[in-house]
Design a protein around this ligand. Structure first.
Ligand code: GLN
Length: 528
């Protein structure tokens, strides 16, 4: 068993997930099968019920696990599906321990962090490695070394290194090198303290990844190595680059793959990184700007729509166009018409919950439909498209969704009877991958070039089939459904250049090297 642990130092939010995903990408490029896991210290059982304001988007895997947004980085950088063994929180682990305790599994023994919780962490890591048939498992420990809530995770890692041997378990510590603008100098002291803190847990880094906003001078890299007791070539520079997709290439140039291969006694290979070089060439060639208006409710919070932004931008690179996303607060449109909407190349309404900003989104969808502006609706954006159409084409003025008007008489979006099985928040969602059948001769078929697809979901409400016939007669097309034809999965507007929406979340399966067909189609419609 070969394991790499990635820890963070100095402060959080420095791009540990991207650094980790870039290492995975390099290992994958050398032909190794890699599995990734992330352990977070917080007590929420999963990120599913956490506010996007605090935690960014919830990333859903094929098997329906609601995970941390870093799992999205892993999928995109590795072009590999993660699963429910990929993401754990302290809350989830404690829940399992407490359930066992309540079931009398510990036979009245004292249940403790060490060994019970640490044993559970080790079991999850071993299970992940074994079930994925990986050559290397990479485990990211969320937060920052020194956080109280992560201490048991570091202890589990220490025990694993002791059990499996230093030649089988590597530690990679991602730290921030601060730069003082006043004196124009880098300061390495926080890194020294962070490495010392890590050592206090009985762990010493095999590789140190140094994040900085600027290029780091060679002498500073050497100083960090000597003050942290490391060899010069064990310290990797990670300055902020113009695109996150440059990070794997930058790490590969610093021979991180060779260093890991050497430590694990793997035969050293050549790292071609062809896919990454091609992607960067496309990014560099993307000069012309395409402006997409994202009409949502978490404006200024890129992380809330992280995968969607990444998917749209990657589709742009495929056409060598630079996608610029203009966030428009849906509530602002309700107060006063937002003129910028009229200058955009396309409008996207992303996923979301509850009724804030809904009327503004409906106004934006109305503008797109009546002005032939390309429109892409994601999940909530598909429900908005249906409500707008029902209100303004069928004249159903009070058309809405059960989510916004629970007592409403014309809830064309509702919870299907067979889906009302549980009401606790987060439990009655349609989560994970579902098959979907596309109707021939539709825009959906043209885009997907297939009649059977699979898409990931995360939502509760569905289009009520009772309204399907009158809506279709008026030019609203249900172009894909669940295999039993009950659930509307993709909808589109007849005689519109590109007004299409999906009940699913295509951004969750879009990859930088393989952008999702709905995003490519959207780009194409905007370029024409
Ligand atoms: N709130 C809507 C629902 O639950 C849409 C969810 C979403 O956009 N992910 O059906």
């Amino acid at each position: 068993m070969k394991l790499i642990f990635v820890t963070g130092g100095v402060l959080s939010g420095i791009g540990k997930g991207i650094a980790a995903a870039s290492i995975w990408a390099i290992l994958k490029d050398s032909g190794k099968k890699v599995f990734c896991q992330k352990f977070d210290g917080y007590l929420n059982v999963d990120p599913g019920t956490m506010s996007p304001f605090q935690h960014g988007e919830v990333f859903v895997t094929d098997d329906g696990a609601e995970t941390d947004l870093d799992i999205g980085h892993y999928e995109r950088f590795l072009d590999t599906d993660m699963n429910k063994f990929s993401s754990f929180t302290s809350g989830k682990l404690y829940e399992e321990i407490i359930q066992k305790e309540r079931r009398w599994d510990y036979l009245g023994g004292t249940v403790q962090i060490v060994p019970h919780l640490t044993d559970l962490v080790k079991e999850k890591i071993k299970n992940g490695y074994e079930t994925s048939d990986a050559d290397i498992s990479i485990i990211e420990i969320g937060g920052t070394v020194g956080d109280m809530e992560n201490e048991y995770l570091l202890e589990s890692a220490r025990q694993l290194q002791h059990e499996l041997g230093r030649e089988n378990v590597l530690f990679c510590h991602v730290v921030l090198l601060p730069f003082l603008c006043a004196s124009k100098e880098f300061k390495s002291k926080p890194i020294q303290f962070s490495v010392r803190t890590l050592m206090g847990y009985g762990l010493s880094p095999d590789l140190l990844i140094v994040r900085a906003d600027e290029m780091i001078p060679q002498e500073m890299m050497q100083k960090i190595a000597s003050t942290c007791g490391m060899k010069d070539d064990e310290v990797i520079a990670a300055p902020t680059l113009s695109s996150i997709y440059e990070v794997p290439l930058s790490f590969s140039e610093q021979q991180i793959g060779e260093k890991i291969a050497e430590k694990f006694h793997f035969p050293t290979k050549m790292w071609a990184m062809q896919d990454w070089k091609k992607l960067i060439a496309n990014i560099d060639a993307s000069k012309e700007i395409i402006q997409i208006g994202m009409v949502g409710k978490y404006v200024g919070l890129e992380d809330a729509y992280y995968s969607l932004n990444a998917g749209l931008k990657a589709a742009g690179f495929a056409y060598q166009k630079k996608v610029e996303i203009i966030f428009i607060e849906a509530e602002d449109i309700e107060k006063e018409w937002v003129e910028i909407l009229e200058t955009l190349d396309g409008i996207c309404i992303p996923g979301g919950f509850w009724n804030r900003g809904i009327e503004g989104m409906i106004l934006a969808a109305h503008y797109a439909r009546t002005n032939m502006v390309p429109y892409l609706g994601i999940c909530l954006g598909s429900q908005i498209m249906a409500i707008e159409f029902a209100r303004n084409v069928l004249g159903m003025k009070d058309a809405s969704s059960e989510e916004f008007t629970p007592e409403g008489k014309k809830n064309i979006i509702h919870i299907m009877d067979h889906q009302k099985w549980l009401t606790t928040k987060g439990w009655n969602m349609r989560l994970g991958a579902y098959p979907c059948i596309i109707r021939p001769w539709t825009l959906a078929e043209k885009i997907y070039r297939s009649l059977e697809i699979s898409e990931r979901h995360r939502h509760r409400f569905e289009f009520d089939p009772v309204y399907r016939e009158p809506m279709e007669k008026a030019g609203f097309i249900v172009s894909a459904t669940s295999p039993d034809a009950l659930l509307a999965e993709i909808v589109e507007i007849k005689d519109h250049p590109y007004m299409i929406a999906t009940q699913a979340h295509p951004e969750l399966i879009s990859r930088p090297h393989k952008p999702h067909p709905l995003f490519l189609g959207f780009l194409q419609a905007m370029i024409l």
